[in-house]
Design a protein around this ligand. Structure first.
Ligand SMILES: N[C@@H]1[C@@H](O)[C@H](O)[C@@H](COP(=O)(O)O)O[C@@H]1O
Length: 250
């Protein structure tokens, strides 16, 4: 989906995420760049979020993550890559500036998303306004616990982040939500089949006009309507091949 967009629309704006989840996707984009010449030279990127207080050189900062896992290996112009400034002095202004940069770039064409175990997207923790914009956010205790593995201890995890808002994400033209592993199963079930609620900010995606969700079996395991989703996949496959069995049989 990402590669198709970059091929079809070389001048485009991507929204990117961090965390373990999108690593395979980034690895594949790097491979496609190196082996197939996938061209990122005119692509602009906006990342979802950044920890407060970490300089770009800090190994756990999201800027560092993006350089190491994607930007340093493709031909994107680093000046066209944007990550919220975790060391801004005035977070309100900095958030507004980030929103303006996104607007100036014509909005985000495709937003890549992971999901927290509490159902958050970016760092929009439970209780975040579904209309929120880029701003400062306090991390929930479960997020601090989840991320302690990267920092060595819970104490070392930054407790604040600057993050795109749910409202910002809802304005992207398309979203690609990725979730893998059993620990995401509850959050995915709540996101897809639960009510739209600020307690599970990913559930706001139910209001978005175009979201594709890619799951492994484990992350999908608590969905009640799995059989139907499999039918949807089959139907898409049928459309691709142009073969509709019920017409052939008629
Ligand atoms: N702010 C990020 C989210 O954008 C990400 O989706 C989540 C899940 O991370 P992982 O993919 O490592 O499970 O972690 C952090 O909270």
């Amino acid at each position: 989906m990402v590669a198709r967009l970059v091929r079809q629309k070389p001048v485009c704006t991507l929204g990117l995420a961090t965390g373990g989840t999108p690593l395979k996707l980034y690895g594949e984009l790097i491979r496609m760049h190196q082996e197939e010449g996938l061209d990122f030279s005119r692509v602009t990127t906006f990342n979802l979020d950044e920890y407060v207080g970490l300089p770009p050189s800090h190994e756990q900062s999201y800027r560092y993550f993006m350089q190491k896992n994607l930007f340093d290996h493709i031909n994107v112009d680093v000046r066209n890559t944007n990550v919220p400034d975790g060391r801004a002095l005035d977070f309100e202004k900095s958030g507004e500036r980030y929103e303006q940069l996104i607007a100036d770039a014509g909005g985000i064409e495709l937003q890549v998303l992971g999901i927290g175990t509490d159902g958050h997207i970016a760092f929009n923790e439970p209780g975040s306004s579904l209309g929120s914009r880029t701003r400062l956010k306090t991390l929930a205790p479960e997020t601090v616990r989840d991320n302690a593995r990267f920092f060595g201890s819970e104490k070392a995890v930054p407790k604040l982040a600057i993050t795109m808002g749910v409202g910002t994400i809802l304005e992207s033209r398309r979203c690609l939500l990725l979730a893998f592993g059993e620990n995401k199963a509850d959050a995915i079930a709540a996101t897809v089949e639960g009510p739209v609620t600020a307690q599970v900010t990913a559930s706001a995606l139910q209001l978005h006009r175009e979201v594709v969700i890619v799951l492994d079996e484990a992350a999908a395991s608590k969905l009640a309507r799995r059989e139907y989703y499999e039918e949807v996949e089959n139907a898409h496959r049928m459309l691709e091949t142009g073969k509709l069995p019920w017409i052939e049989e008629a």
